[in-house]
Write a protein that binds this ligand. Structure first.
Ligand SMILES: C[S@@+](CC[C@H](N)C(=O)[O-])C[C@H]1O[C@@H](n2cnc3c(N)ncnc32)[C@H](O)[C@@H]1O
Length: 204
């Protein structure tokens, strides 16, 4: 879905340097605590819920759409949550910054399916991304993937089979696990339409 450019949201990013990080200075105290990352968080419903439920973990939200990142930032600031930072950049442009064994977990929720085969390399579960995630994750760390999209789901399983990840969960019709999971914005919409949600959990 296309988001209309909103100047206020883009300005909001500049106005909140305490939340928004562009240069990803990993020597900052924020990055010294255990940290998890969500790539493509949208308006941040999921990461806000996760951060509130896990105050001892810090969360990094990498969202490439600046309008969406600004909208998320406003929601996060108004919530008062302290253990989240927003990076308003494309993950593929910043991923080299992260050292090996950096993250506890990686969350990929309803990431863009790029349905045309010629765009497969852009999918966030393309093999080069999966290999990068393997490197970035601590031993025992997990990727949590949810999607409504059949093509992306099948593709992700095929790509995972080329890696050393261990598949712990693979559900075509994932019933929401309220005690341990948080519903994302897209998930709420798709569940409302009665669409099955696919979920894959893998461990390093
Ligand atoms: C379909 S939306 C899903 C939003 C949210 N995760 C949810 O489930 O409600 C996908 C989001 O991922 C972002 N995105 C896509 N590719 C990205 C990338 N390479 N780096 C950072 N964000 C990305 C898009 O801008 C968009 O906001």
């Amino acid at each position: 879905m296309r988001t209309k450019y909103k100047q206020w949201a883009v300005d909001y990013l500049d106005e909140h340097p305490e939340l928004v990080v562009r240069d990803l200075d990993l020597s900052d105290d924020f990055f010294k605590k255990p940290i998890s990352i969500e790539i493509g968080p949208g308006k941040g419903e999921f990461i806000l819920g996760k951060a509130n439920a896990n105050p001892d973990i810090n969360f990094l939200a990498v969202e490439k759409n600046r309008t969406v990142a600004g909208q998320m930032s406003k929601i996060l600031v108004e919530s008062g949550v302290k253990n989240v930072r927003v990076c308003p950049l494309d993950f593929s442009k910043v991923c080299e910054v992260f050292s090996k064994e950096f993250f506890e977990n990686i969350y990929l929720n309803f990431v863009d399916p790029w349905p045309k085969k010629k765009h497969a390399k852009r999918r966030l579960t393309f093999i080069t991304f999966l290999n990068k995630y393997y490197e970035m994750l601590k031993s025992g760390g997990r990727i949590y993937f949810k999607s409504d999209n059949d093509i992306l789901y099948e593709f992700t399983l095929e790509e995972l089979a080329k890696t050393k990840f261990i598949v712990e969960e693979n559900l075509l019709d994932y019933k929401f696990d309220e005690a341990n999971d948080v519903m994302t914005g897209y998930e709420t919409k798709f569940r409302g339409l009665g669409q099955p949600i696919h979920r894959i959990v893998v461990r390093k």
